[in-house]
Each structure stands twice: as C-alpha cells, then as structure tokens.
Design a protein around this ligand. Structure first.
Ligand code: FE2
Length: 268
C-alpha cells in the first residue's frame, strides 16, 4: 500500500485545499498516481493555528464521506504537521496535537531558516514519552541545507526524516533539490510524502520522485522508503539504514564516511 504521510488535503483548514472540490480533485490525482491512503496533515501552530486532534478527526470523517459519495477509492487518515515549540511534547501528551493516524509518529515542522536550540530537547522528550518525531522536509530548512549533520545528529537522537517528492524534482529550486538528494544519498531520508497543497505544482504525486530515489540510493532503499509509509500508518517500527555523516565534497558510501558511523549509537 502506498501511503502519503504528509498532505494538506482537508479543505478550508489551513493553506492547503481551498474547498471540498479541490480536496476531491487532489484525491483523484493521488489515486491515479497510485496512492492508496493519505494522512491529512493540516498545520498546527501553538497559539496561532489551532487544528486540534478532535477537529482534524471530525474533518477527516467528513472528507471520507465525500469521497465515498464521489466514488473515489482513497482513504484519508487523521494527523497534523506540528510546528515546533517548547510546549509540543506536552500538547502531544494532552491529545491536542494529532499524531499520524493516532500512532507514535509525530510530524514535526521546523522553521524555514533555523533549527531552534530547544529542538534536541523536544525530540528527547517526545522519545521519552514513547513518540517518534518525523522531521518534515528537512531539505527546505536553510540551516540543515548548510550543515546536513544537524539532521544526522537529530536522527541519532531518535528522530526520522521525510522528504518532499516535489523537492526532489526541483520545485523549490536547485539548492533544495541538491540538499534533498544529498540527504537521500546519506540515508537520512526515511519517508517520501507529497506535502501537497493544491492540484497544481504542489499536487499529491509521489511517483514523480521515485526515479530520483532509485537513481541516488538504489531500488532497495526506494522499496524501504515506500514501505515505511504503510508502517507509519499501522504504528509499526519502520526500517532504517544507518545514516552516513556528511562531509562536504564527498559522496555517501565512501569508506571514509562509513568509518565515522559509530556502531550502536543509534537508538533504533
Ligand atoms: Fe506541510
């Protein structure tokens, strides 16, 4: 089963689908593209965009009813894209923040320009509470783009990472595409998602990035990444390759880089 774990598919709830017709068209696009299920991940920003678990679950129910009425064979599941803040672990614990299909997996959004100093603390606390944070599109974060090993460190602390299909195809520019490819090469990508907002450029097509992942990381890595979406949906452990520390100018797989991977450091 192909599952899109990050998609702004619910109408009128954030900057995603503007109305129900756009939501349905997005679902048609996803279905034609080979996706079987979508986890709805509207933005949640503490104190600003209050898309709580209860609200998301209600909206998902409505959208699934509309899909049945329209004969579109795709299932929507609840979730959210939670913008990082120091209070996030508490909000997750209290059930304000909707985890991905109510599992252990929390989709975590970082600011575009920085990685806040409390990010490690948030990851640590979520892990301590039994949750697994998934960093949404790290390739779009300008600090990680300059220093990929910030993500390497977060993965070592138990976080996962999700790349946008559109990033791998250059929709956000060459720099983001280059970072996305580097992260794939260095085993720092565990999930592929659309992060779709519309029926246009940011549409829910995962297939467009499949060739890039296969070219850069091989067929086995591609299969693992695709299977991981279903594992998240079912609250199962996902498959993880040990990440390779980044070294500017080098390619993943080089012996020098592999030597830097400290065996047993990763907590999976
Ligand atoms: Fe998003």
């Amino acid at each position: 089963m192909v599952i899109d774990v990050h998609c702004h598919i619910i109408p009128n709830i954030d900057d995603g689908a503007g109305d129900i017709n756009i939501s349905l068209d997005m679902c048609r696009i996803a279905q034609e593209d080979g996706t079987h299920g979508i986890i709805a991940t509207p933005h949640y920003i503490h104190g600003t965009i209050n898309n709580t678990r209860d609200l998301v679950q209600e909206k998902v129910l409505e959208l699934n009813n509309s899909l049945r009425e329209s004969d579109i064979d795709i299932e929507i599941y609840p979730g959210c894209e939670a913008f990082i803040c120091p209070e996030l672990p508490q909000l997750v614990r209290e059930g304000q923040v909707c985890t991905l299909n109510n599992t252990q997996y929390v989709l975590l959004e970082l600011p575009m320009n920085s990685v806040p100093t409390y990010t490690q603390d948030v990851v640590y606390q979520l892990k301590l509470d039994g949750y697994t944070p998934i960093i949404a599109h790290p390739e779009r974060n300008r600090t990680i783009a300059k220093k990929h090993d910030i993500l390497y460190d977060l993965i070592g602390r138990g976080a996962l990472a999700q790349v946008n299909a559109s990033s791998l195809k250059g929709l956000f520019g060459e720099k983001v595409m280059h970072t996305a490819i580097e992260l794939v090469r260095h085993n720092m990508v565990h999930l592929l998602a659309s992060d779709a907002h519309t029926t246009g450029g940011r549409s829910p097509k995962l297939s467009r990035a499949i060739d890039v992942i296969e070219r850069e990381a091989g067929a086995e890595a591609l299969l693992m990444i695709m299977k991981n979406g279903e594992a998240v949906l079912n609250d199962e452990p996902i498959h993880i390759e040990e990440p390779v520390m980044y070294e500017k100018g080098s390619k993943a797989g080089f012996v020098d880089n592999i030597k830097k991977v400290v065996s047993g450091f990763f907590s999976f």
